[in-house]
Design a protein around this ligand. Sequence first.
Ligand SMILES: CC(=O)SCCNC(=O)CCNC(=O)[C@H](O)C(C)(C)COP(=O)(O)OP(=O)(O)OC[C@H]1O[C@@H](n2cnc3c(N)ncnc32)[C@H](O)[C@@H]1OP(=O)(O)O
Ligand SMILES: O=C([O-])CC(=O)C(=O)O
Length: 442
Amino acid sequence: MIFSRANFRRISTLKQIMEAKIAESRQRLTKLKKDHGNVPIDQVTIDQVVRGMRGMKALLTETSRLDPFKGITFRGLSIPECQQRLHGKYREPMPESMYWLLLTGEVPTFDQVEELRGELAKRSQIPAHTLDLLNSLPKHMHPMTQLSMGVLSLGAESEFMKAYDAGVKKSEYWISTLEDSLSLVAKLPGMAAIIYNNVYKDGKTCDPSIKYDLSENFGRMLGFSDNNFFELMRLYLTIHCDHEGGNVSSHTTHLVGSALSDVYKAYSAGLNGLAGPLHGLANQECLKWLLELWKVVGDNAEEDSIAVYVKETLKNGKVVPGYGHAVLRVTDPRFLVQMEFAKKSIDDCPLCKIVALCYKVIPRVLKEHGKAQNPYPNVDAHSGALLYYYGLREFEFYTVLFGVSRALGCTASTIWDRALMLPIERPASMTMEGLEEFAAKE
Ligand SMILES: CC(=O)SCCNC(=O)CCNC(=O)[C@H](O)C(C)(C)COP(=O)(O)OP(=O)(O)OC[C@H]1O[C@@H](n2cnc3c(N)ncnc32)[C@H](O)[C@@H]1OP(=O)(O)O
Ligand SMILES: O=C([O-])CC(=O)C(=O)O
């Protein structure tokens, strides 16, 4: 069943709740700027300027917060708390509930999740020009390039650009940005499924149904029918959705959006950052690396043979994918929750066993190697093994799943950027000479 725009119904509750929250947050921000605008919160060092601004507090992001030792909280809720409070009638948390939480800061009621689920289903139809574009792309083009192009093309229907051209007031930009964001989030699973079926299957994709939630519809469009796979999708799509504002995909979306580009352009840019091997592409790289390791060490791998393989990777000047993090200094809770999922739901998965063994060995080897600030696994170290177990084995597609999920956080943040009327982002840069002058003064 395809849902037409004629069925379009405004999600009045979501908008009303957001309106009230936004009014309150605007007052808080105005007071903060007026009364405390000059309060220093950080000191910038030369090291931070030349080392990717690591740890520099420079962005306002409301949707989530990352603690180096505790990991991510989404609007104050940890991953286990999200599992307890956002699952609806399922075992794992629903991305629809997570989106409501990110947008409003509140855990939704059952009816509110239903309202959002229905609204997203209604908006899921992909415009003909985007379909034609996706169907015209060559199979050898990386799925992330295809997704980014598809998302960019959706901008032809941007409600924000129409509102901007019509001269809508700045204080109302968030409303059309919410419209665009809901449409983007709704269409992403279908676009991802089209890319998957075009590149790896016979090009045929089923339509989403109002009967199912976003995760089950997505799973079915990818050709799966196992309830455990749908549960994995729920978990995957919620835990990858946001990681505060400084990561490459979220920061890029924020930066491009700050120039008042529509959310399709901003998120397409964010996806291009997610497609880098040090960021989201690490999940594909990790599975590739694990499969090669598996070939070498076999089903009954020993810790020693894994250590030898890891040392070889390091000797060749490569990073161990799925390990290390720019902020985290402990094992990523997103890794742990996936490991828990494997223990609960999967009887015999040789790759998951290798992942568990790697978790014993790699931190020790990386510590000995002495370079990585964080020798522990991140989210990407486990996701591929689970997807592979359920039969989603085309690992070049994995980052597309990440992209479907990250849209929740990136669009929610863009709406809040507009709601709080944040200005264009424009930090200062320095020449080496300028830095040397500072150094000389010291
Ligand atoms: C969803 C996500 O984006 S999670 C991250 C996904 N990326 C990966 O898993 C790729 C592997 N990991 C890495 O490359 C890094 O740990 C990053 C990119 C995640 C973080 O980078 P940084 O903050 O610069 O890490 P850090 O400060 O620890 O780096 C110090 C040194 O250790 C090295 N290092 C860090 N992690 C690793 C690793 N997993 N394997 C080998 N070397 C590593 C860095 O390359 C760097 O080397 P250099 O001094 O020769 O340049
Ligand atoms: O926080 C980061 O830099 C990378 C990361 O784990 C994410 O974006 O999910």
